[in-house]
Every structure is written in structure tokens, then in C-alpha cells.
Write a protein that binds this ligand. Sequence first.
Ligand SMILES: CC(C)(COP(=O)(O)OP(=O)(O)OC[C@H]1O[C@@H](n2cnc3c(N)ncnc32)[C@H](O)[C@@H]1OP(=O)(O)O)[C@@H](O)C(=O)NCCC(=O)NCCS
Length: 147
Amino acid sequence: MTLLVRWLTASELEWANSRYAEVDFLPSPASDLVAVAELNGTAAGLGRVTHIAPGIGELGGMYVFPEHRGVGASKSLIQFLISQSNLATLYCLPFEHLDGLYQAAGFKPCDPGPSVPGKVMEKHAWCNARYPDPVLLMCRAALPPVS
Ligand SMILES: CC(C)(COP(=O)(O)OP(=O)(O)OC[C@H]1O[C@@H](n2cnc3c(N)ncnc32)[C@H](O)[C@@H]1OP(=O)(O)O)[C@@H](O)C(=O)NCCC(=O)NCCS
């Protein structure tokens, strides 16, 4: 099995958004950094980082197509987005039952408060109103440079 992750091309955005509609996820604007996981050359899932403010993003839109689940595609998408988005701070709004998946990638539960960007707080409230499953607020900060 070959699993690789790459950036979505501009011509694939409409396709990606039609896949997101299947799971009632918001469509991505062209400004999102969207990644595609491919299993043996076939598209298997999507993930994205939305730019929030300088150095800050929101990682989400994790959707592995049903026939490709359980082989690590979401873990690879998360690692790719963390390493390639080049943002020091990433927020994430995962469903509660996926806590362990995101903690394993370095995300920690985060208290809502004035240090959290308004856009992230608004999306968190929106998600909790929209989806039946509780949605967490998590954050991952870059490690300080080694001196
Ligand atoms: C959640 C989802 C992205 C997982 O994708 P996946 O490629 O099958 O996940 P992976 O194979 O990379 O598994 C990664 C880890 O997450 C865990 N995991 C996956 N689905 C899980 C679930 N429904 N509940 C709890 N843990 C789960 C796996 O057990 C695995 O843990 P391990 O490393 O300790 O074995 C996929 O089921 C999906 O697209 N669901 C519908 C959309 C959705 O809910 N997206 C998440 C939004 S926050």
C-alpha cells in the first residue's frame, strides 16, 4: 500500500467541496490550504488549514472517504498539514471522540478566552450548534527553537 499526501490543485477545488458536502462540512474558499491523501494513486481523503491571522491557522476538514478508513490516512493528512502549512500556531475543532487522534499529533485542549482568535471562537460555537457530536477546542503551538 502506498499512502501519500499532496496539495490540492486549483482545478480540484470544486471536486473537494462536493466531497465536503457529503459530510456537511463547509466548502473551502480558494485561500484554504487543502491537502489530498492518495492510497495507491486513488484519492482517499481531504484535510485543510484555514489562515486565521499571521502565523495562526485552523486545521480541520478531515474527511477520509468511507472505503479508505482505518489505514492511517487521517494521521498522514494531519502530519502533512502541520509540517507543510508553516504556521506556528494551529487551532483545531475536532469531534470529541477524536480527541486522541489530535492529542497524538501534539494538540492540547485549549480554554476559550481572549487569547483565542475571534474567528476560531465563532467557528467553535457554530460547529457545536451545527453538529450533534460535541466539538472540542484544541491548539498546537510550535516548539521553541533549540538554543
Ligand atoms: C475521523 C476520520 C477522519 C478518521 O480517518 P481514518 O483515516 O480512518 O483514521 P486513521 O486510520 O488515520 O486513524 C487514526 C487514529 O484515529 C482513531 N480513530 C479513527 N476513527 C475514530 C473514531 N471514529 N473514533 C475514535 N477514534 C478513531 C484510530 O483508531 C487511530 O488511532 P490509533 O492510531 O491509536 O490506532 C474518518 O473516520 C472520517 O472521515 N470521518 C467522517 C468525517 C469526520 O468525522 N471527520 C473528523 C472531523 S473532526
